[in-house]
Design a protein around this ligand. Structure first.
Ligand code: F6P
Length: 360
């Protein structure tokens, strides 16, 4: 069926680069294919409530650079909670009432799985675009927002490093990444962390403290920066009565060696905000363009994926099956971190080896 009205929505936790994807879709779909583009408010809630706005190219850039290219967040709004599938009938009815011929959904693995289910039930022509600072969507080397979040984490770690050095302290930064440590690993290496703790690699407290003592005694490095992913599992010797992973670690380190004074920073939603870096804007342009091309070609049930320097289409069903992806404890990047002398815990204790997904 020929496309006349294309919908676009953003779903799940926001991240930088979403507006740049919407912009790319608008330019290609409206200017080149002559379709109408409708932005759906608040993901599937907008379908249910029939809330959509027409999006045109050049709406915002008549007086200067396009804010859609550079702004964080999503102009459409998003949701990352609620039992969406319980509202399936209303959502499908809303989609039909809006008269959409096809839909592009920008989301993480959870949102894409829900949208794929709705698309199948409703017979929608649907294409997904991966976004998440966690970068744990299978079969894509990069999701929108990840590069910017790496930059944010790395900058924060560098800032922590300079104040840590002034006071001979251990700085612990809690990094986002619900189940996976991709962001902590990439941001930690780029930000010069001495220790990177991940959900995927177990560590023992005595070894960690020994490493910190060695830094001090052997190299006269009297401070250290620790990046700890939010899903990390502490070993039994860490007392969990304090609130928060970072605080628990800080107390455990100080209890082990009183010379090791630690402070904690929870980077939190700062990691999801801000302007997308150039590489995220570039990825957004390529994924937005490619998604429109796939819609024009009549494709459905695909996700745009970044593999080997280009965008390809992969089956959404396999993406959902293999997501979220974890850090491979034996990947080249983990080897690199270990080679740089970063403490990562004990990779031989990692319960899981190798990636189910060839691109992670
Ligand atoms: O999945 C993205 C993410 O930012 C995770 O890294 C984090 O655990 C979670 O979302 C936070 O969600 P919320 O915005 O609901 O607090």
């Amino acid at each position: 069926m020929a496309v006349r009205k294309l919908g676009v929505l953003t779903s799940g936790g926001d991240c930088p680069g979403l507006n740049a994807v919407i912009r790319a879709i608008a330019h290609h779909a409206v200017s080149n294919y002559g379709w109408e583009l409708w932005g759906i408010a608040y993901a599937t809630q907008g379908l249910r409530q029939r809330q959509a706005i027409a999006i045109y190219p050049h709406s915002f850039d008549r007086q200067g650079p396009d804010p859609l290219l550079c702004s964080g967040g999503t102009i459409l709004g998003s949701i990352n909670r609620g039992d969406t599938l319980a509202q399936q009938a209303e959502i499908l009815a809303g989609y039909a009432d809006l008269g959409l011929d096809a839909l592009i959904g920008i989301g993480g693995d959870g949102s894409l799985a829900i949208l794929q289910q709705l698309a199948r039930a409703g017979g929608w022509q649907f294409i997904g675009i991966p976004k998440t600072i966690d970068n744990d969507v299978a079969f894509t080397e990069r999701a929108i927002g990840f590069d910017t979040a790496i930059h944010t984490v790395a900058e924060a770690l560098l800032n922590l490093g300079s104040t840590a050095a002034s006071h001979d302290r251990i700085m612990i930064a809690e990094v986002m990444g619900r189940q996976s440590g991709h962001l902590a690993l990439h941001g930690g290496i780029a930000g010069g962390a001495d220790v990177i703790l991940l959900p995927e690699i177990p560590y023992r407290l005595p070894e960690l403290c020994h490493y910190l003592q060695q830094l001090r005694d052997r190299w006269q490095r009297r401070y250290a920066v620790i990046a700890i992913a939010e899903g990390t599992h502490h070993p039994p010797e860490v007392d969990r009565s304090h609130a928060g992973l970072g605080e628990q670690l800080a107390h455990a380190i100080a209890a082990h060696d009183a010379r090791l004074e630690a402070r904690v920073t929870v980077l939190g939603h700062v990691q999801r905000g801000g302007q997308p870096v150039a590489s995220d804007r570039l990825l957004a342009a390529q994924m937005g363009y490619a998604a429109v091309e796939r819609i024009a070609a009549g494709a459905s049930g695909e996700m745009m994926a970044w593999q080997g320097g280009r965008v390809v289409g992969v089956a959404l069903d396999s993406v959902c099956l293999h997501s979220p992806t974890l850090v491979d404890p034996h990947s080249a990047l983990v080897d690199t971190a270990a080679g740089l002398g970063i403490f990562l815990g004990d990779r031989n204790l990692a319960p899981w080896r190798g990636s189910a997904c060839p691109t992670h």
